[in-house]
Design a protein around this ligand. Structure first.
Ligand code: CO
Length: 143
């Protein structure tokens, strides 16, 4: 059923956390010891993001730019908190095909461009036990 290589999980890539006050949250995470990489808007997703580096992984703080976005609905319903977990895969297109064939409910059936030009796609929380799950395509480390 599965193309094993397509679903090789290279590790946790980042965690996305929704916050109402991005300025305060950014200061708080800097006090926690995280290094701010950048702050930018993704208007097509209706969010402003502060990205932090932590070793080989990242933390994204997300806040809504408008009240129509999924992040705005999440914030209204649940308040600040963990919004999604992202895993790194070597071949996102193949991973999506394999997951679709295995019955996963995909939000994105093809990769879209995320932060830093990464190719990303989301899997519906209904298919991942309540966790919005993002896949990010990362070239595997050379052997
Ligand atoms: Co993300």
């Amino acid at each position: 059923m599965n193309d094993v290589r397509a679903l090789t999980m290279l590790g946790i890539h980042h965690i996305g956390i929704v916050v109402a006050d991005l300025t305060a949250a950014t200061e708080r995470y800097q006090k926690l010891g995280f290094r701010l990489l950048e702050m930018l808007d993704l208007p097509e997703q209706g969010v402003r993001i502060a990205a932090f580096a932590t070793g080989h992984n990242y933390v994204e703080l997300l806040t809504p730019l408008d009240q129509e976005s999924g992040v705005a609905r999440f914030l209204a319903a649940r308040g600040d908190g963990v919004h999604h977990v992202a895993y790194a895969v070597p071949d996102l297109t193949a991973a999506l095909q394999t997951l679709a064939a295995a019955g996963f409910e995909l939000i994105d059936h093809a990769p879209r461009v995320g932060l830093h030009g990464w190719r990303v796609a989301f899997i519906h929380p209904r298919s991942c036990h309540g966790v919005l799950t993002e896949l990010v395509e990362i070239a595997p480390a050379p052997e």
